[in-house]
Design a protein around this ligand. Structure first.
Ligand code: HEM
Length: 105
């Protein structure tokens, strides 16, 4: 690659990336949505908050788009997710860019 191209790309190197792992949506009690009620699930899709009231759910989880679904559709997704066999798999918490703090309040 020509030198000019590296100059263009250099600033990207300074942008440390946030590492996110998608959630375990199976009904596993300890690592999935096992203890989530239907109300919590719907509220999460409406507010973008963990369990409808906790920390902000980070991108790329498209809750703003899923928010366009009506309650009946969201309840249908919740009902489907309850039918999936539970998988015990605790996914790692979001990893912030190096040297930065990530508030997961
Ligand atoms: C119907 C489709 C979807 C449903 C029902 C759904 C449901 C959920 C739920 C309930 C959570 C929160 C879990 C928790 O707080 O413990 C979550 C998190 C997440 N979702 Fe989705 N999701 C959907 C689609 C997607 C798509 C399309 C993507 C990515 C392209 C995605 C990426 C993520 C990520 C990365 C997280 C973790 C975010 C964080 O830890 O802050 N999801 N999802």
């Amino acid at each position: 690659m020509k030198r000019m191209h590296w100059k263009l790309l250099a600033p990207l190197g300074a942008v440390a990336l946030l590492l996110l792992v998608a959630a375990n949506l199976t009904p596993d009690t300890n690592s999935g949505l096992g203890i989530w009620t239907e109300e919590m699930f719907v509220k999460t899709m409406r507010t973008g908050k963990h369990m409808g009231a906790g920390r902000d759910i980070l991108p790329p989880m498209p809750w703003q788009s899923l928010n366009a679904l009506n309650d009946e559709d969201l309840k249908a997704i919740y009902a489907f997710l309850r039918t999936v066999p539970p998988v015990s798999n605790r996914v790692p918490a979001p990893l912030p860019p190096s040297g930065q703090q990530l508030s997961l309040e």
